[in-house]
Design a protein around this ligand. Structure first.
Ligand code: FAD
Length: 501
């Protein structure tokens, strides 16, 4: 096995694949992507509906959980993270959003203004080619038309281009992840099944990584951590970069006292309404068994049918106050989903949720005695204003759904039920809400990182993934993660070129 490279990229996920592509553009550069999980060569990754199975996989999902969160009723909530090439982008719903231009301007960091970032998105989209979901369910069309015809927020703008039936990063009815768009064409070396424990240093200069199985790999031009918002801060802390007191308590020698590592953790809180009724959306019923039975062949032959659904087919943005900026994103799934513990139940139906575009609550990720078990505290509803807005947003969603032209496919609300309103709804949201699976912010640009993604206090070490967002974007975070990888990868390549000159 080759053990020396110019660049090591830790994590072959949404951002890491884009980083690798950018680094591999340098003539002669030896780039190695180290991925803890397996390859993405699995039919369930390619078939869009396969994500339902992948979420249950111990091998391809890190299956993290939060600590019990006081403001959310003392509960833990699940934090799924993809564990294979493509990362979370290999188990996600492929909904494609840039976020708003104002999201990036609000970062107020050199090189991350909306104009610069928009150019980077153009480069990313040239490879990812997002397009409108080709075969949405009729319920999704009806939901989308509701917003197209009567957008209660503001008129559609390019930054909110896929309100209605969503744009997705699928090609020919199959998942097209960052591994497809960036990594495979790059020619970078890839090591799968290799979990990085920590970064090695010569003084303050990063020189490589040590894997959990004890192997050491060297990186002459530096290391880029792209292990995601949960694992990148953990690798940093295991490498001695983090809050000194926590590191000492965990028996780790301090390289840099960086209190910002693990801080600023946040995500889009989400809460859904479940509808169930005969003849409604996709589900498990006797009448739908023949359609499920032929669906694999249908997908193989025509790349259509229910298996070609990314599940989260449609949605939109709206406001609940008089804000001109959308405050809430809703996702619509024309599937019956379980609400009593099991995700698959008998019957047919649909599901619609609300997620806050800009949550106020901030949590923290910490390292504990088991340095491979992150203590994830999202502090969901730590700021009660998030709960107030969620409650108002759900009430608004109900009235919007009443207007949708669902026809005979309309079904009654089963959870939490139409009678659950006001204070009861607020408490239900507090005790049942989860997230949209978009954790960010734990190694923020302008905090432990400079504006180019370099870790402060050491050299030759960068972070490039969703963890670097100082503030979350106002929609789904996959496209922004790739854009971040593309941009920081460019900065690392430029740094290496300068050093080689
Ligand atoms: C179920 C689900 C659905 C989602 N749906 C959408 C959606 O529809 N649209 C959207 O925009 N966003 C969605 N997201 C969010 C989006 O996918 C993520 O924001 C994005 O993929 C984050 O990219 P990343 O590069 O930061 O991390 P990841 O893509 O998670 O990549 C991190 C990679 O690093 C690897 N890794 C971690 N630790 C180590 C280690 N120690 N050593 C080596 N490798 C390591 C991981 O295995 C993984 O491959 C969803 C997420 C989930 C989980």
């Amino acid at each position: 096995m080759q053990t020396e490279f110019d660049h090591i990229v830790v994590g072959g996920g949404s951002a890491g694949c884009a980083v690798a592509a950018r680094l591999a553009e340098r003539p002669g550069a030896r780039v190695c992507v180290i991925e803890a999980g397996p390859s993405d060569a699995d039919i369930r990754v390619k078939v869009p509906f396969g994500l339902v199975h992948l979420l249950g996989s111990d091998r391809r999902n890190w299956k993290r959980q939060t600590v019990p969160m006081a403001a959310a009723g003392g509960r833990r909530v699940s934090v799924p993270r993809g564990r294979m090439l493509g990362g979370s982008g290999s188990i996600n719903s492929m909904v494609w959003f840039r976020g708003t231009r104002a999201d990036f301007d609000a970062w107020a960091l050199p090189g991350w203004d909306a104009d610069t970032v928009w150019d980077a998105f153009d480069a990313v989209e040239a490879r990812m080619t997002p397009t409108r979901l080709p075969h949405p369910h009729s319920l999704s069309n009806a939901f989308g038309e509701l917003f197209a015809a009567n957008d209660p927020g503001a008129p559609p703008t390019p930054e909110r281009q896929s309100a209605g039936v969503f744009h997705t990063n699928m090609r020919n009815g199959a998942r097209w992840s960052a591994a497809d768009g960036f990594l495979r064409p790059s020619g970078a070396d890839v090591l799968t099944g290799a979990e990085v424990d920590h970064v090695t240093f010569d003084g303050a200069r990063a020189t490589g990584v040590v894997l959990r199985d004890g192997r050491t790999l060297r990186a002459l031009a530096g290391v880029v951590l792209s292990a995601g918002s949960i694992e990148s801060p953990m690798i940093l802390m295991r490498s001695g970069i983090g809050p000194a007191a926590d590191l000492k308590a965990a028996g780790i020698e301090v390289q840099v006292d960086a209190p910002g590592v693990g801080d600023n953790l946040h995500d889009h809180p989400g809460f859904g309404l479940h509808f169930k009724g005969r003849g409604s959306g996709y589900g498990l019923t006797l009448g739908q068994l023949p359609a499920w039975a032929v669906s694999p062949l249908q997908w193989l032959m025509t790349r259509s049918g229910r298996l070609a659904s990314n599940t989260v087919e449609a949605g939109a943005f709206y406001s609940v106050t008089d804000s001109a900026v959308p405050e809430v994103q809703t996702h619509f799934l024309p599937f019956l989903m379980g609400w009593q513990g099991r995700s698959i139940i008998w019957g047919a139906g649909y599901f619609a949720d609300v997620c806050l575009c800009q949550p106020r609550s901030r949590g923290r990720l910490r390292i504990g005695p088991d340095t491979h078990a992150p203590l994830i505290d999202l502090n969901l509803f730590g700021d009660e204003r998030d709960l107030d807005m969620m409650t108002a947003a759900v009430a608004r969603l109900r009235t919007l759904l009443e207007r949708a032209a669902f026809g005979s496919r309309r079904a009654p609300e089963m959870f939490p039920g139409p009678d659950v309103t006001g204070e009861a709804l607020r408490e239900t949201i507090r005790t049942r809400a989860g997230t949209a699976y978009h954790p960010v912010g734990t190694v923020a640009l302008g905090g432990p990182l400079d504006a180019l993604g370099a870790v402060k206090g050491v050299s030759n070490l960068w972070v490039a993934d969703a963890s670097v967002m100082p503030r979350i974007t106002s929609a789904n975070t996959n496209a922004p993660s790739m854009m971040i990888g593309w941009q920081i990868g460019g900065h690392v390549a430029a740094h290496a070129k300068r050093n080689a000159a």
